[in-house]
Design a binder for this molecule. Structure first.
Ligand code: C2E
Ligand code: MG
Ligand code: MG
Ligand code: MG
Length: 286
């Protein structure tokens, strides 16, 4: 009887495995198709200067619109894209679109920096920097308007060889930000040794706590203090409430990003906000 039970459990396990495998294979096929047909879209979330409450740049966040009008979020496909390697063409596409967008804004007379999230798997390719700089050159944009966001984990895990790549990228004038800071395993020393320009405080320290206040003001303040001491820019992510915004201001945070200002939005919508005076008007529907 015991054996029968075990067999049954194995069968169940097996079924679940097969289900999971099937899901992965389907997603892999869909991802490849989406890459070929350029089915993705970049949304942009404004970064705000707290003193002036003006837009000082944007973060590009990938979206995958579905035929039924729904939108697939990066959390549901980026991990699989990293696993299969699809993240590399996706990352190249995102960089291309971002460079093109910077050029379009330049042609409208605006200098708006864009930050693009990059997977360490992509960054580690020997041709990464060359291809990046080729795009910057082709669109004839100021490299200082482009920033690469790499997670703390990505930067630490890849170690010394990456420092060389980062140096090369920064030497060309492209900025580097450390994303989701405070959630990985890095020590404070990394902020000093890594060639970076900006620290993004992970949103778990900002929102999602009990109330409307900062969920971890002590850690947030410490990161701000540390970053400033090292002459790094610091951005607080995931600011959702007025109270969080005020506290951040009080503890010396200059730059923020979050739903209290704007969620990530399509470029056409952002253009309406940035350039209300020129014709991004009702003839375009959203
Ligand atoms: P991330 O780079 O840390 O991006 C910030 C995430 O926080 C975004 O989620 C954004 O929509 C969300 N967010 C912004 N403001 C708030 C807020 O006030 N409250 C809360 N709760 N969340 C807020 P999203 O767009 O779902 O992206 C999730 C993650 O997927 C990103 O985290 C990034 O790691 C990855 N990702 C997104 N786009 C790309 C991409 O083009 N390439 C790569 N490699 N990864 C990407
Ligand atoms: Mg990011
Ligand atoms: Mg982040
Ligand atoms: Mg994140």
């Amino acid at each position: 009887e015991c054996k029968q039970q075990l067999d049954q459990q194995f069968l169940l396990f097996n079924e679940r495995m097969q289900e999971k495998l099937k899901h992965m294979l389907t997603l892999e096929r869909e991802l490849n198709h989406a890459i070929e047909t350029e089915a993705f879209e970049l949304y942009y979330q404004p970064k705000i200067d707290l003193k002036s409450e003006t837009v000082i740049g944007v973060e590009a966040l990938i979206r995958w619109p579905m035929p039924d009008g729904s939108i697939r979020m990066p959390g549901d496909f980026i991990p699989e894209a990293v696993r299969t390697g699809a993240i590399i063409p996706i990352g190249e596409w995102a960089l291309e679109v971002a460079c093109k967008q910077i050029a379009q804004w330049r042609d409208l007379g605006a200098r708006i920096p864009i930050a693009v999230n990059i997977s360490p798997r992509h960054l580690k390719l020997p041709e990464f920097t060359g291809k990046l700089l080729e795009k910057v050159k082709r669109y004839d944009i100021d490299p200082g308007l482009l920033e690469l966001e790499l997670t703390e984990e990505a930067l630490v895990e890849t170690g010394a060889s990456n420092i060389f790549i980062l140096q090369e990228i920064r030497q060309a004038g492209v900025r580097i930000a450390i994303d989701d800071f405070g959630t990985g395993y890095s020590s404070m020393r990394y902020l000093k040794v890594l060639p970076i320009d900006c620290v993004k405080i992970d949103k778990t320290f900002i929102s999602g706590g009990e109330g409307v206040e900062l969920s971890d003001p002590t850690i947030t303040q410490a990161i701000i203090f540390l970053a400033k001491g090292l002459s790094l820019d610091v951005v607080a992510e995931g600011v959702e409430t007025e109270a969080q915004k005020q506290t951040l201001k009080d503890i010396g945070c200059d730059k923020v990003q979050g739903f209290v200002f704007s969620p990530p939005i399509p470029s056409r919508l952002l253009n309406q906000i940035l350039f209300p005076e020129i014709g991004y008007k009702a003839q375009e529907t959203y």
